[in-house]
Unconditional design. Structure first.
Length: 419
């Protein structure tokens, strides 16, 4: 059985090409039916994200060319458009690649955890479509297990490497649990949305989102059980905020020192954590000199991120060692499948002998023969018939000089020579 991965990702293709081969959720079931309808393709799953599209296939022969042709046809693309960006892996290389993807080692941000959830979604979609069987299903389960091991045994995901995550991590270091804190997020772009998501995941008590466009602030805030305000309403809410994260495109300061000083007077020495991610800055840098203010800029966070990235690279090296070992384990299991037909045939052969001798014994008992003799004859006949062909063939093999077969038999049946 061939195991093949065919795909493109952020390293091999620009976003325009990646977008052309993405699979919308409503088209996935049909795509899975089509690909498993190709000659020799027995199993398939599709992973489709903004940064990669990958097809995981098990087949009776090398189907890379036919699967690539199908991918072009499905999306209405010419081969010349897609072929330069495609990569493919087979066998152990395919297993190793899939484990690296799940661990975040092949991601744009090293060690990011979202890809594992996306792979689980891919597995569930293929399961619902009925496009999986033993091999690919077992590979997914093995992948999930290894990814969990890597998350547990290494620090691959312990250190934040995004600005938003770093800001929230620093807030947790200052306040501990966030369930009694109020956060004010200024802006409504991608960084603020990520910060809102991280804060919500860590149980933030209250969230206020301020934006130049009130409707956008409200749309984002409602996703996290918060409420939105316009920028000119910030002074009325500033004293409530324990955590302030700002990231807008404003050409001038949004929070000046007088505004912050007035809010601090109402807080009665309760500390406030302020992160200015904007360039140019949204917060007057002079607030850093005020008592009870923890003020960080994007440059401060970048130093944290650089240190954390170094930590992740060290953890990634440990993860690669785990993946190498676990790739070997999966390939050992895959090789063991070659023995299944022979094992099944041997068990069927033994079962047929047992059934025939048992039926003979029943007839003997029905005719009144001595049960003790019938049982002894049953056992003896089964043993003789099971041992006959192997004994004859082993003796013949040794006569022909195939003495290595002796050791194979000793290993196969856990035998020791009689003294």
């Amino acid at each position: 059985m061939y195991l093949t991965i065919l795909g493109i990702n952020h390293r091999t293709a620009p976003v325009e090409v990646r977008g052309q081969v993405a699979f919308p959720p409503d088209r996935l079931p049909n795509a899975l039916r089509e690909i498993t309808g190709l000659d020799n393709v027995r199993e398939a799953a599709i992973l489709s994200t903004c940064n990669r599209t990958e097809l995981y296939c098990a087949s009776q022969s090398d189907t890379r060319e036919s699967v690539a042709d199908w991918l072009c046809e499905f999306h209405g693309l010419g081969k010349d458009t897609l072929q330069p960006h495609l990569y493919s892996f087979e066998g152990a290389t395919a297993v190793r690649h899939m484990l690296r993807v799940a661990a975040g080692l092949d991601s744009m941000i090293l060690g990011e955890p979202q890809i594992l959830g996306q792979m689980k979604d891919s597995f569930q979609e293929a399961s619902r479509a009925g496009s999986l069987d033993t091999l690919v299903s077992r590979l997914f389960q093995h992948t999930f297990s290894v990814a969990k091991q890597i998350r547990t045994d290494t620090a691959i995901g312990a250190s934040p490497v995004s600005v938003a995550f770093a800001a929230v991590s620093l807030a947790r270091q200052i306040f501990g649990n966030l369930d009694e804190q109020t956060t004010l997020l200024i802006g409504a772009g991608e960084t603020i949305e990520l910060a809102a998501r991280h804060l919500a995941e860590h149980g933030i008590g209250k969230m206020i989102i301020a934006n130049r466009t009130l409707e956008r602030a409200q749309q984002l805030a409602v996703q996290f059980n918060g409420y939105g305000i316009a920028l000119d309403q910030i002074p009325a809410h500033l004293a409530e905020a324990d955590i302030i994260i700002s990231s807008t495109g404003s050409p001038s300061c949004i929070l000046d020192i007088d505004m912050v000083r007035k809010a601090l007077g109402s807080r009665k020495h309760r500390p406030v954590f302020m992160v200015d991610i904007a360039v140019p800055g949204d917060i007057d840098p002079g607030v850093a000199d005020l008592d009870d203010v923890y003020h960080y800029t994007v440059d401060d966070l970048q130093q944290v991120i650089d240190e954390n990235m170094k930590s992740r690279r060290e953890a990634a090296a440990q993860a690669e060692d785990i993946i190498e070992v676990q790739t070997g384990h999966f390939m050992d299991w895959l090789k063991s499948l070659d023995a299944v037909p022979a094992i099944r045939a041997y068990r069927d052969h033994a079962s047929a002998i047992g059934d025939a001798e048992l039926e003979k014994a029943r007839r003997q008992l029905a005719s009144g023969e001595d049960p003790q003799q019938v049982l002894e004859s049953l056992a003896r006949n089964i043993i003789n018939k099971l041992a006959h062909d192997p004994s004859v063939n082993l003796r013949h093999a040794v006569e022909q000089g195939q003495t290595s077969l002796l050791e194979t038999v000793r290993t196969l049946f856990s035998l020791k020579d009689r003294k």
